[in-house]
Design a protein. Structure first.
Length: 201
């Protein structure tokens, strides 16, 4: 089998990704159920929540990239960086997917270096408060990073995407929103929840 079926029922070919195979709702759903650090955390902590923190470190104009910088992991899974270095085919698939992500959501390609820098800043915080928290750290900054359950991480991802879109584009809501999330099958917005702005994505 050369393709996978996503949460919303889209056919996705990891070897040959295309715009019609991607959906924001699928990305939010999968990343909210994917644990960072291959599960080696004190408690479940999702890639979706991590993505929101990266976006929060970035200026307007780049927040959408922060939300989507790990979007490929929604389709390939989260492979720890030391293992990625040994998997050149994974890195090639990841780059192909992210290139399509950039095209779909109107993001600059290649991914700007500032995104990687923000990712590293968040990683350092995660080392202290998620991966190997000390009692002193937790006393000094209680709840600094509060790991969320997958459904809550999913909702938070969509809310932070909403904020990122307004900060980056000033876009308008699509009418398909209901129960804190857009309709993943909406033909108007493609499940993104926002209408394209003139001259934008």
């Amino acid at each position: 089998m050369d393709h996978m079926v996503t949460f919303t029922g889209l056919d996705f070919d990891p070897g040959s990704p295309a715009a019609h195979m991607l959906g924001l709702y699928d990305i939010a759903h999968a990343l909210s159920q994917t644990c960072r650090f291959a599960g080696h955390t004190q408690e479940f902590y999702s890639v979706a929540q991590h993505s929101g923190l990266v976006a929060a470190c970035l200026p307007a104009g780049l927040k959408k990239w922060g939300m989507l910088h790990d979007a490929a992991e929604a389709y390939l899974g989260d492979v720890p960086s030391p293992a990625k270095c040994l998997l050149p085919d994974y890195r090639e698939m990841e780059a192909r997917i992210l290139r399509v992500v950039a095209a779909v959501w109107g993001l600059p390609w290649p991914m700007p270096a500032v995104i990687h820098e923000a990712d590293q800043r968040v990683y350092q915080l995660e080392l202290r408060f998620v991966l190997r928290p000390t009692e002193a750290d937790l006393r000094a900054q209680p709840g600094y990073i509060n790991p969320l359950r997958p459904p809550d991480a999913h909702r938070q991802f969509l809310r932070r995407w909403e904020s990122a879109v307004f900060d980056d584009d000033g876009a308008d809501y699509c009418n398909c929103w209901a129960d804190d999330s857009p309709d993943p099958r909406c033909q108007t917005c493609g499940g993104a929840g926002f209408l394209p702005v003139e001259g934008g994505a």
